[in-house]
Design a protein around this ligand. Sequence first.
Ligand code: C5P
Length: 232
Amino acid sequence: MGKDVIIACDFSSKEEVLGFLDKFTGKKPFVKIGMELFYAEGPEIVREIKKRGHKIFLDLKLHDIPNTVKKAMAVLSKLDVDLCNLHAAGTSAMMKAALEGLTRPDSTRPLLIAVTQLTSTDKQRMNDEILIDGEVGDVVLSYAKTAADSGLDGVVCSPLEAGLVHEKCGKSFLTVTPGVRFADGDVGDQVRVTTPAKAKEIGSDYIVVGRPITAAADPVAAYERCLAEFVG
Ligand code: C5P
């Protein structure tokens, strides 16, 4: 998989998401299906969007005891998505169990990446509320190393950390990075943000872009702008 823009399709109904995707005539953007859409429409919406020819990142951020995650991943592996994820905070035992569950009888599986620290978390919240000391960047790197050692394919992190993650975990270890905003756009609830061009410079493999595209007056133009800045 090369560098690409993944659109976060954070909609709450089938009608909304299909109406949105219909605007992309002749194009099949890589899409992210998250909790909102999945909980509203269930697995059928994943099959439907896959049938339309899109690559899918199923962003359900699993985090539970190893056996539960393993069994849930075994169910998700039947959905034929390209990429799925969990929280690295679940520890290496959970990540290894997830990989086992995700691997199909023919040994194929979707790529599996780990959320390190959410891009809405800053140092103060991490230190004071999650009770993890230190700098966010160091925690992200440490979680990334544990994910790599557990056999995962990459991490979700801020674009600001993508370069360091590659240095520590290797060039082929994927960095999938939300928290992307146009230089002239709204930040919203994201804290650690950067532009598509800057994400490219730092070395993200995939940028995940939601509201800057989904809430744009012209979503197709906003998507093209992301592609032009990030892929070139
Ligand atoms: O609208 P916006 O561009 O902020 O959307 C970012 C998307 O990436 C959301 O779907 C959010 O759930 C997801 N995400 C994130 N930070 C993470 C992991 C996922 O923002 N660490």
